[in-house]
Design a protein around this ligand. Structure first.
Ligand code: GLY
Ligand code: MN
Ligand code: MN
Length: 474
């Protein structure tokens, strides 16, 4: 007898807790905060040019958190421990074009749903539910239609979507056992992808070839990229999505690549390595400064620590290192007070990570910033994505960097403001460094943190050894 297909999920792995148990526990914890019913949609694939040619589909992260499966054109209603799944069974045409798929009943069982109903029942059962106010246009349209018909609760009521957003942020911010198992899976594949990228560099002629070696590992594990890969010799372009450059022996190659599990859990790792297999003396000096910042931040990460203080530690370490190299002059504390470090380290030291690589950034700074805190527009703080005390169970990145961004360094106002703090002639000697970032994913524990991506070395000599090692494709 043919067994019914199921949706792939990391929960199928023996080490992962059963999906239904994970989801029940999430509903129980949500019920501790809110007492009204909630409606969440999965979303739908968007056409690229015509209806049968679609962009790759990615379900809403909020839906994934409570539904656990990457369903399309589905909704769930949560009330207390109850979970109702709304979706239509596949048609004959669906089977013709897309092959067999699990039935609604089988999916509901996999999720531990209390009921499974067709989408046509949704309007009646959605009366009085709260919605989130999702960014995805396919979901927004459905939410708006239900709002206009007076079915879902209007916004700005006591049980409004803002209360729901806050409740979901509190839940998703602290990763449970199911989430941690999935994040570990994504990270294991990402570590293998980075090792493959590093090992393939000597044979590669272009950034695109190294990217291909890295993404091949992710694809061969039937995972997707959690974000557009950055594989570039122009590491000063923070989100560089071009891969056409040739690799030259004197280049540093910066790769920020992360896998995402089938059920949406992310990873986010960056390494920077010398194309030749050996850092030049100037590259090594700056690499070791970034690494010192990385290591000090990880040492300082523990429950109760303010993430903004960890960012500040990275700034101070980088400023002190640049003073030692003669690139900056002054006391590190004074330089950081003047934002001089931001000439070279203009972004924040990291962010929450979970179902989204920048977790819950669809809700603005609601997740990233503690209640009552506002993002600063100050140079060097404007891109700080996380500003709250750390707590056990949070997954965050630590990703200091050093960049020579021409637009920042040649800006006349910066030249003027930092004239006495930067030794521009000395800086010219470091022209073979465009961008260095070292990014790891950590999990806050009861007493400190665990570096989830520890299997990927960071020390300069280990990185050099990896460049020279044979290619292993995961
Ligand atoms: N991969 C994007 C980031 O590190 O924020
Ligand atoms: Mn990151
Ligand atoms: Mn990254």
């Amino acid at each position: 007898m043919q067994t019914a297909p199921t949706y792939p999920t990391t929960r199928n792995l023996s080490s992962a807790p059963a999906l239904a148990n994970v989801l029940r526990s999430r509903r129980q914890r949500l019920a501790e905060t809110i007492s009204f019913p909630v409606l969440l949609w999965s979303g739908m694939a968007k056409p690229r040019n015509f209806a049968a040619n679609l962009y790759p589909y990615r379900a809403s992260s909020h839906f994934l958190y409570f539904a656990g499966l990457p369903l399309e054109n589905a909704a769930i209603r949560i009330e207390g421990e109850q979970l109702i799944l709304f979706m239509d069974d596949a048609t004959l045409d669906d089977a013709l074009w897309h092959g067999p798929s699990p039935s609604r009943a089988d999916i509901a069982q996999q999720m531990g749903a209390t009921e499974a109903r067709p989408l046509s029942d949704l309007a009646d059962l959605a009366v009085g539910t709260a919605t989130l106010g999702e960014k995805d246009e396919t979901i927004q349209m459905l939410e708006q239609a239900m709002l206009q018909r007076g079915i879902v609760l209007p916004r700005h009521q006591p049980q409004s979507n803002q209360v729901l957003q806050k409740a979901i942020v509190q839940l998703r911010m602290i990763q449970d056992e199911g989430a941690i198992a999935a994040i570990r899976q994504a990270i294991a594949v990402t570590v293998a992808a980075h090792k493959a990228g590093i090992a393939n560099t000597p044979a590669a002629k272009t950034e695109a070839q190294v990217r291909a070696a890295m993404e091949a590992v992710i694809i061969s594990h039937d995972m997707a990229c959690a974000y557009g890969s950055i594989v570039t010799v122009a590491g000063e372009v923070l989100h560089n999505h071009h891969y056409h450059n040739l690799l030259s022996p004197g280049d540093l190659l910066l790769a920020d690549v992360g896998a995402e599990t089938a059920d949406g859990w992310a990873s986010d790792i960056t390494r920077t390595w010398p194309v030749s297999g050996t850092f030049s003396a100037t590259q090594r000096d700056l690499y070791d400064i970034v690494l010192a910042a990385h290591d000090r931040c990880i040492e300082a990460a523990q429950p109760g620590a303010e993430y903004a203080d960890i960012h500040q530690l990275a700034c101070l370490t980088i400023a002190a290192g640049l003073v030692d190299l003669g690139i900056l002059s002054g006391q590190p504390e004074d330089l950081v007070a003047e934002d001089a470090h931001a000439l070279f380290f203009p972004h924040g030291v990291g962010h929450l990570m979970g179902l989204d690589v920048h977790d819950m950034e669809d809700l603005g700074d609601l997740a990233g910033y503690a209640e009552g805190r506002q993002r600063s527009d100050r140079f060097g703080l404007a891109f700080l994505r996380l500003n709250r005390p750390l707590a056990a169970g949070m997954a965050v990145t630590i990703e200091p960097g050093f960049y020579q961004v021409p637009a920042i360094l040649n800006d006349p106002q910066n030249r003027d403001r930092y004239a006495h703090m930067v030794n521009w002639e000395r800086l010219e000697q470091f022209a073979d460094v465009r961008g260095i970032r070292i990014e790891d994913d950590i999990l806050l524990t009861a007493s400190g943190c665990e570096v989830l991506s520890l299997d990927l070395p960071t020390a300069a000599t280990d990185i050099e050894d990896l460049v020279c090692s044979t290619s292993e494709l995961g």
